[in-house]
Design a protein around this ligand. Structure first.
Ligand code: SF4
Length: 464
């Protein structure tokens, strides 16, 4: 069905249209479609939602408004009422219930923290927001696992360093990552600029966690890696380096990382099926994954994360099950399970790859959760992206006491972030939910040309 939204709340238009997209493929946005009016009326101490279309009738509900509500809470509640009732309307139109109900544009765990502050909790996710009981339990469990880590050491800041270079381009990737060319590579110039970026900006807060991502940071050779890590100069903090592409990992690079106090390494299989790796442009073998994992374990010392993706092209439930089971047998400290997302700018988006699932994505995700929990992992952070199969989520699982603080901090937005590198985004928190961000130039060439300007801007941004 094609649907067009009309409303007297233009400031909510994006969110109301997002609700239509949430019901894809059952609903699509289009000017020539059924006209659904979603209005919000305020009468004395009452908010009234009014959702109607000539074809599907009307839902209208009244919500008493408390006199003492601050402007922040009033806005928050009005938006919740209108979105939830529009969700109910679409759910009745399509006879479809979404597992995350009316949640769009907000991280589920962040919402639960807000609800807890309001004196409510997990049941409100089900009763008001229409989240399925199983997803509400998942969100509540993550909030529970985060206890003792979230919001601690707020006098400290996290560090992020971006290395946007990879051996080849994965077909689902939308990052601006440069494929490494033996000649004419920007990598040496990038390393020089990055080291200036890391060392020239005064950072007044002590460090809590450091994360080097990308891209594939282990695309750097040993000397380059050592130069970047020594510029960071870690002193015992949680310190992650993504070695996402297993073919880039060597014993020498691991020795550099150990000497420079890296504590956690990501080795990302995505799948243990060779045909799929070939199909998605990974350009490495399953044997490379085992080899890289053995190298990290032989080096001792590091916690390991492994990323897997559900709904990769051509994969059956059995393929995904096998990959999850192999990852569990390998016994890394963390396993992160992503739902395939079709991102703008990726090869999958360009080739219009269809990741709709008809229930398969849900079965895969349910299996992953069940098997991982049975093996002693617990979900500790989650986020949702647009255009994922089954509109599902990405979930990080950890063995007890092995959560990655950086991942929790970045998702829940609890700490300042000092970020360096092309496209990296620094953040400052000012209390009351106010967050300011400073993004560096995304393209590598632009970053190299404008590094001096970026450093000055960042010095200013972090000035007290
Ligand atoms: S390794 Fe990561 S950053 Fe590099 S192309 Fe693949 S998905 Fe993108």
């Amino acid at each position: 069905m094609i649907v067009k939204i009309e409303t007297n709340c233009e400031s909510y238009r994006n969110e109301l249209e997002e609700m239509v997209r949430a019901f894809s493929p059952y609903l699509t946005l289009g000017e020539a479609g059924i006209s659904v009016r979603a209005d919000l009326l305020i009468e004395e101490d009452m908010a009234i939602t009014d959702i109607k279309s000539p074809e599907y009738g009307k839902i209208s509900r009244e919500y008493p408004l408390d006199d003492d509500l601050s402007e922040l809470y009033l806005k928050r509640y009005l938006k919740r009422y209108l979105k939830r009732d529009l969700y109910d309307y679409f759910s009745a139109m399509t006879a479809v219930n979404l597992s995350y109900g009316s949640l769009t544009g907000i991280r589920p765990t962040k919402l639960l923290y807000e609800l807890i502050d309001e004196g409510k909790g997990r049941n409100e996710l089900v009763d008001f927001f229409r989240v399925s009981p199983s997803k509400a339990d998942l969100i509540a469990e993550i909030v529970n696992v985060q206890k003792g880590v979230i919001g601690t050491e707020t006098e400290k800041a996290d560090w992020f360093v971006n290395i946007p270079f990879c051996p080849s381009r994965c077909h689902y990737c939308s990052f601006l990552s440069e494929v490494i060319r033996p000649k004419k590579s920007n990598l040496p110039a990038y390393v020089d600029a990055l080291i200036r970026d890391i060392t020239c900006v005064p950072r007044s807060k002590p460090r809590r966690a450091i994360y080097i991502g990308g891209g594939t940071p282990t695309s750097l050779d040993e000397k380059q890696l050592d130069a970047v890590l020594s510029a960071i100069d870690a002193e015992g903090e949680e310190f992650t380096v993504e070695a996402g592409r297993p073919e880039t990992l060597t014993a020498e690079k691991l020795a550099v990382m150990r000497d420079r106090h890296v504590t956690r390494v990501s080795v990302n299989p995505q799948t243990f099926k060779q045909e799929t790796l070939d199909l998605i442009g990974r350009k490495h073998t399953v044997e490379d994954i085992y080899r890289a994992y053995r190298l990290v374990r032989d080096a001792g010392h590091f916690d390991v994360n492994m990323d897997l993706i559900t709904m990769l092209p051509g994969e059956s439930f059995e393929d995904l099950k096998r990959s999850i089971d192999i990852a569990i047998d390998l016994d890394p400290e963390n396993i992160t399970v992503h739902s395939l997302s079709i991102k703008r700018g990726s090869i999958f988006a360009e080739t219009k790859y269809d990741n709709s699932s008809d229930g398969l994505a849900e079965r895969m995700s349910d299996y992953a959760r069940e098997a991982l929990e049975k093996a002693g992992y617990r979900p500790y952070y989650m986020y949702r992206q647009k255009n994922t199969s089954g509109r599902l989520e990405n979930i990080g699982y950890a063995k007890p006491d092995k959560v990655c603080k950086y991942n929790i901090d970045i998702m829940e937005e609890t700490h300042d972030i000092y970020a360096s590198g092309a496209g990296a985004i620094s953040k400052r928190l000012f209390g009351n939910g106010r967050i300011e961000r400073l993004a560096e130039v995304k393209e590598i060439k632009g970053y190299l040309e404008r590094i001096d300007e970026m450093i000055l801007k960042k010095k200013d941004f972090f000035r007290d």
